[in-house]
Design a protein around this ligand. Sequence first.
Ligand code: G6P
Length: 606
Amino acid sequence: MCGIVGILGKSSVSTNLVDALRRLEYRGYDSAGIATIEGPGIERRRAEGKLRNLEKRLIAEPLGGRTGIGHTRWATHGRPTERNAHPHMTAKVSVVHNGIIENFRELRADLEAKGHKFETDTDTEAVVHLITEELDQGAKPVAAVRSALQQLRGAFALGIIFAGEDDLMIAARKGSPLAIGHGSGEMYLGSDAIALAPFTDAITYLEEGDWAVLRRSGAEIFNIDGVPVERPLVKAVASALLIDKGNYRHFMAKEIHEQPEVISHTLANYLDMTQARVRFPDLGIDLSKLTRVTISACGTAYYAGLVAKYWIERYARVPVEIDVASEMRYREAPLPENGLAVFVSQSGETADTLATLRYAKANGQRIASVVNVRTSTIARESHTALPTLAGPEIGVASTKAFTCQLSVLACLAIAIGRARGTISAEQETALVNALMEVPRHVASILRSDEAFVAVAHELSKADDVLYLGRGSSFPIALEGALKLKEISYIHAEGYAAGELKHGPIALIDENVPVVVVAPEDELFEKTVSNLQEVAARGGQVILISDASPEKTGCKLAAHIQMPKVDSFVAPMLYAVPTQLIAYQTAVLMGTDVDQPRNLAKSVTVE
Ligand code: G6P
């Protein structure tokens, strides 16, 4: 989480540092700061809250240095106050950090014993004093950092500048991503290429354990053992660099409305549209002999994986094990021979998902990852990366990435089913045709905005909202509830409709809206019984269905009419109304839709 930037520029860098930080706000936004080299010393400005507070501070007290680092924070150790905001510094060195230094307590105790005075509650400050201690002992900056890095445990990315050193910046990567940008006579550092987009598209990604010495003339990179290494210089993809809200009020709205297009792009990557066939990359494993598919992910991506479990078990008849990555990484789950492990991640950097991937790889699984960032660590550590073509997703609440993940996973289910002979050629054609129609149907759902505003009015009055669904609609109920609570702060829970009477029904009264996700499939009748149980207790039912409201036999508070589609693709469509309901509710509540409190887009800590 947390975003890092660094610039070795030709003139004052403070405006450009803030510009780059704005592009990194998706990583955290509870405080921000920059530090620059000013003559023989270092100066910094920091501010609690959003980046605009830092901008105001800089107008009042500008910085002129040509060498600087910046940070936007998502607090792990220490409250999000100005005192705890990065950069952290002593008179000799200043550091920005993303990740967690696990042994900071030991380091701090040791350094305090040597007379270092700590000012903050952060783990980062231990790094600052550790380097300072090395400098105090007479080490030159590069040697000081090399020695300090050897003493740090944990996952981190660091950007470091030194008092009086106008042409030097050191970067280090262990577990958290870091990119170096090459300009002409200027060098950049960033948590990702998007941050550096206004300045350069010539990027070198540091690899695990790498650290780099940057000067205006270029970068020298060393691996974990201190051996100089060459890392490729790549051109960042232009589409990844284009980010603005267009005519939309929020990134989330823009991203919801981009879905017809990005789902099309993603499907086109995995389908032969003319033959109505799946055209899936070779996963390097004989799919006909698969013993198990193991899926792991976090948050919204986990719910995409949960839909895939329904699809793969039903259509390809392979057992699927799925768990959230934070659990699976420590469960020591036995994994079978001929097993495929699938990881789903928008950012491709989620720490728990990455750790689970490494566990599965070490346990002999073939690794495929569904990722939105092709250059991400998860993509690079997989045997096969299966990109979603959603484009950059800026809103913290994931929307288009989710439906694109579903697009890839649907194609995967068909590919496995075909290989195993559980799906005939005719069925494949029918399923692919159904997929190809999804973008058009999503576009039609997006045209009925007013219906969602009306539902939002109902939900905005509630303290608790339940979401129900059965079968592959169950994960959509979970995702719908997650979306609502993430951005409107209204408490919401998703349940399997059949579980209603095992507990949640006790919550139902006229003040609890219940959103029911119920396509008219073979489970519809069962869900209708649950819906009647809710209505009988005065619950306000909001039905999302292609069935006519009369079929429910009860009074509905609202009905979102959905198009008729093959039940296979229903989750891809039914996700969209849940996104719009959450979005409109958050707008009504006046919350910060794109940057809801306490959340971050990319979670690179455990
Ligand atoms: C965070 C985000 C969620 C996201 C989850 C997993 O919690 O707020 O929107 O679903 O991380 O992220 P990933 O990048 O792995 O999909």
